[in-house]
Design a protein around this ligand. Structure first.
Ligand code: BGP
Length: 476
């Protein structure tokens, strides 16, 4: 008998804006991802004011999945995927975001895509908002700092739930909703919540307000989704990087505890339908006076999630920097290198045991099924003399993480629904906009400058993962 369930959801994960391209096809509107330039060699991506000629916007073409999805899905079927996690580009359905009626051509594209998947027995797993909200909602309303976003998002969600109710069972509302806890960075909160910060903004307060509206919108969408089809399984999506204390000093331990609270309270609201006491105290202490109404609080209790979807790439480590009894988490200063683990070329700490720790952390608190919807190794792949890509470093990374998942099932009794490695077909990196940061089992011929044939080919990891799925994780 295998360790994973019989119907374990082996799959692969992507996001619409990172692979589709076709950014103006069939009435699609401009999304926040469409106004982001490429970054590289430590230069961050920039967000331009509208689309400017001459700039390199990698998401405009991406890997042209929009034009090639039939051939690609065929390849996914050959890989043996049981499920395919992607997102619905909000701007294909509501090009500007505030229209009353959806764009039929956009809806039809996803009908066709889901039919194509189902034809091969591949179950679509859908994220509603994955870093790609309509840019018009940002320029016109200020993104999620505005309560009006709740209605716009809920309308979008309702249209998708109704249209695809017989084709899609597994949903997630917001990708990595807690990433906006990095409000110091311009880039990350922008993609999550459409917040374009201006000088003088109290970024932290605006971030908490935006997150609150997103959480209310998520709860409302979940309530509506369950009414449309009670068999829907609707989850949250948390970016999980467990935070360890640097030492066994009690103050490092408290720093790590508070850091975990500040990054993961989002999961409390999604799973329990209420804010944890430490966040209520924090809002009071900071005198944020957020717009949180009694109706909002009721709504949160009515739209809790069915499962916890999460991404896991790495762990973090923190050290106390003498902040006194509040131990307020300050990512810029508190994070330190963990001497016990190695890191990728992009400095991401590689820590398979951290995955098992994270699974236990979620399980202890919420006792909900877990779905690992992203995990993977971003690396520069070299085509060797034989014309192949021998990516044993990627295979090693994934093998060790699957072993950690097995331990979590065997020893900790975790209810694990599935595993969808990130970017299993090479695509545009969200963080840097690069093509050369690759996660795929399927190679796509395209470079950072946008040159290449876009041809697809199989890396060694393709054949390896095919076996893993075939044997339900027995042969690693
Ligand atoms: C997650 C995002 C993905 C994805 C992945 C890898 O944060 O949900 O969209 O891109 O990380 O990150 P990157 O592309 O920056 O390597």
């Amino acid at each position: 008998m295998s360790i994973f369930k019989e119907n374990f959801l082996w799959g692969g994960a992507v996001a619409a804006h990172q692979l589709e391209g076709g950014w103006r096809e069939d009435g699609k509107g401009v999304s926040v991802a469409d106004v982001m330039t490429v970054g590289a060699n430590g230069v961050p991506r920039r967000i331009t004011n509208g689309v400017i000629e001459g700039e390199n916007y990698p998401n405009h073409e991406a890997i042209d999945f929009y034009g090639r999805y039939k051939d690609d899905v065929k390849l996914f079927a050959e890989l043996g995927l049981k499920c395919f996690r992607t997102s619905i580009a909000w701007t294909r359905i509501f090009p500007k975001g505030d229209e009353k009626e959806p764009n039929e051509a956009g809806l039809q594209f996803y009908d066709d895509l889901f039919d194509e998947c189902l034809k091969y027995g591949i179950e679509p797993v859908i994220t509603l908002s994955h870093f790609e909200m309509p840019y018009h909602l940002v320029t016109e309303y200020g993104g999620w700092r505005n309560r009006k976003m709740i209605d716009f998002f809920v309308r979008f969600a309702e249209v998708c739930f109704s249209r695809y109710k017989d084709k899609v069972k597994y949903w997630m509302t917001f990708n990595e909703i807690n990433n906006q806890a990095n409000y110091q960075e311009d880039f990350s909160p922008f993609t999550n919540s459409g917040l374009a910060f201006e000088a003088g903004d109290d970024r932290e307060k605006i971030m908490y307000q935006a997150a609150h509206y997103e959480l209310v919108a998520s709860a409302k969408a979940i309530e509506i989704g369950h009414a449309i089809n009670h068999e829907f399984e609707i989850g949250c999506m948390i970016a999980m990087c467990p935070i360890y204390p640097y030492s066994c000093s009690p103050s490092d331990m408290m720093t790590a505890t508070v850091a975990m609270q500040r990054r993961y309270w989002f999961a409390d609201v999604h799973c329990k339908g209420r804010y944890p006491s430490h966040m209520q105290k924090y809002f009071e202490r900071k005198q944020f006076n957020l717009d949180i109404t009694v109706e909002d609080e009721e709504q949160l209790t009515k739209g809790t999630v069915d499962y916890i979807g999460f991404s896991y790439y790495m762990s973090f480590t923190v050290k106390d920097h003498g902040k006194g009894p509040a131990y307020d988490y300050d990512e810029a200063n508190d994070l330190v290198k963990n001497p016990y683990v190695k890191a990728s070329d992009w400095g991401w700490q590689i820590d398979p045991t951290g995955l098992r720790y994270a699974m236990n952390w979620f399980n202890d608190r919420y006792e909900l099924p877990l779905f690992i919807v992203e995990n993977g190794f971003g690396a520069i792949d070299e085509i060797t003399e034989d014309g192949e890509i021998h990516d044993e470093y990627r295979i090693d990374y994934l093998r060790e993480h699957i072993e950690a998942m097995q331990e979590a099932v065997i020893y900790d009794g975790i209810d694990l629904m599935g595993y969808t490695p990130w970017g299993f077909i090479d695509l545009v990196s969200a963080g840097t906009g690069e093509m050369k940061k690759r996660y795929g089992f399927i190679y796509v011929d395209k470079d950072n400058e946008g040159n290449g044939t876009l041809d697809r080919s199989k890396k060694d990891s393709f054949h390896w993962f095919q076996k893993v799925i075939e044997t339900n994780g027995e042969k690693l």
